[in-house]
Design a protein around this ligand. Structure first.
Ligand code: FES
Length: 127
């Protein structure tokens, strides 16, 4: 039962992180600030709020269309796994703080993210 106690304490301390999304000319022209539900990825939170981040592989970590650049809060995130790192190498506009939004789960800290101007998807899929 000690494990359950720890989990209850963790949950009770959970602060719903906010994600600030900088303006993107097509996907989010005015920018937005959204809340992230527990365990939700940045991509899922954006889609739930009507921000149509591309996600060509349906968030299975097999493309780079959901690429984001984390401008604030990057160090609060868990490290990307090898598959995500390999995919990011193919992303347009790769930066040191790039992540795949479908693999990025904010923990407790707020994030600020930028959607790159382009991605490698040739045809936009309006999901
Ligand atoms: S949607 Fe394909 S890797 Fe995120």
């Amino acid at each position: 039962m000690p494990k359950l106690y720890v989990d209850v304490v963790k949950v009770s301390r959970y602060k719903m992180p906010k994600i600030k999304i900088f303006p993107h000319h097509e996907i989010c022209p005015n920018g937005a600030v959204i809340e992230n539900l527990p365990g939700e990825t940045v991509c899922e939170a954006a889609l739930r709020n009507g921000i149509k981040i591309e996600h060509a592989c349906e968030m299975s970590c097999a493309c780079t269309t959901c690429h984001i650049v984390v401008r604030k809060g990057f160090n609060s995130l868990e490290d990307a796994n090898d598959t995500e790192e390999d995919l990011l190498d193919k992303a347009w506009g790769l930066e040191q703080t790039s992540r795949l939004s479908c693999q990025t789960i904010p923990i407790n800290d707020d994030l600020e993210v930028e959607l790159p101007r382009y991605n490698i998807n040739q045809v936009s899929e309006d999901h």
